[in-house]
Design a protein around this ligand. Structure first.
Ligand code: DP6
Length: 331
């Protein structure tokens, strides 16, 4: 029995991926840009089985002590990805497997748990089939899992996903190492509940929002501007653009049909408190994915102050501190 152990981080997008031009191939409508999260990792232990029918997915959730059997829905996604990977890798060999996945953070709470899992699985599958892929190929394979943002967890540090024209040109690449900028992402956990509607459902309905066409133009301008701020390490401008971007995506989410309200009252309250903190000269900016939890981004020099701001907030159940980190790797 062959065992492969891999680890992969979740990532937080500063420029978001929302909406696809091709659902089957998971081709996005715009480029996106993210940072890998050191405190939000998934470890996948992949045991190859000779019995081709033996397939099992075991999950150990955040703060849990034991593995539980995955739901049918989760198993279907893994089986679909197995078929996709087999095709992508041009192989007709089959095998069974036991996958044990362990998260260091709550899944389905807007912290890209599927990105961490599927990027790890892309590496595990390719190795199980005896293929040594380049980072570009791994990123494409991770994207094809259906969890598109998984393609941004492969490279180290900060990754840029070019939307591309077709499957071969749509992949993410590292544009800066983890050491490039000492940014910190403090995830303020306001709820550990799993989100009810997944991103993959949401991507399909973006054009029903009257604001989506505007977003598609505006995100191009913002992507250029945030690149300049990133090059100059101009944190104020970087943070302002990041918040503008989160709002742009959530306007679309809330105005598409059916609407997606990921924010809760606690989300808004915390944003208001953050604005007060900023007026006192402590620079932290927020972004939000498909969940009510807030990601507060600051520079290392402000970390202690931002952390104590969150420590004293009654709605914050937990804080996960993240630094930029390396991408998917074999352990
Ligand atoms: C809001 O389709 O990659 O996080 O299946 O949950 O991994 P999952 O999501 P995916 O969409 C990501 C949407 C987003 C924005 C982003 O990360 O760019």
């Amino acid at each position: 029995m062959e065992t492969i152990k891999v680890e992969s981080p979740a990532n937080i997008a500063f420029i978001k991926y929302w909406g696809q031009k091709n659902h089957q191939l998971v081709l996005p409508n715009n480029d996106s840009f993210s940072m890998n999260l050191s405190g939000c990792k998934t470890q996948v232990t992949f045991e190859k089985q000779t019995d081709k029918k033996a397939r099992k997915l075991l999950i150990k959730n955040y703060q849990s002590k034991e593995y539980i059997l995955a739901s049918d829905g989760e198993m279907i996604k893994v089986n679909d990805f197995y078929d996709t990977a087999k095709k992508y890798l041009h192989t007709d060999q089959d095998f069974g497997f036991t996958i044990s996945s362990e998260n260091s953070f709550p899944k389905k709470a807007g912290i890209a748990s599927s990105a961490a899992f599927f990027s790890a699985l892309a590496l595990a599958f390719s190795l199980a089939w005896g293929k040594k892929l380049t980072k570009k190929q791994l990123s494409i394979l991770a994207r094809l899992s259906g969890s598109g943002s998984a393609c941004r967890s492969i490279g180290d540090g900060f990754n840029w996903w070019e939307k591309g024209e077709d499957s071969d040109s749509s992949y993410a690449q590292s544009i800066a190492s983890p050491q490039y900028w000492d940014l910190v992402d403090l995830v303020a956990i306001l709820s550990k509940e799993e989100k009810k509607i997944g991103s993959q459902e949401g991507h399909k309905n973006v054009f029903s929002s009257p604001f989506y066409q505007f977003r598609l133009q505006d995100v191009v301008r913002r992507s250029k501007a945030i690149t300049q701020a990133f090059i100059k390490k101009d944190f104020t401008h970087f943070g302002e653009l990041m918040e503008e971007e989160a709002l742009s995506m959530h306007f679309v989410m809330m105005t598409q049909q059916p609407p997606l309200y990921y924010w809760s009252g606690k989300t808004i309250e915390l944003i208001k408190q953050l604005l007060i903190l900023r007026n006192k000269g402590i620079e932290a900016y927020y972004t939000i994915d498909a969940g009510e939890n807030l990601h507060l981004i600051c520079e290392q020099k402000s970390l202690l102050k931002v952390k104590s701001f969150l420590d004293t907030n009654k709605d914050v159940q937990d804080i996960i501190i993240n630094y930029p980190t390396e991408g998917t790797k074999l352990l």
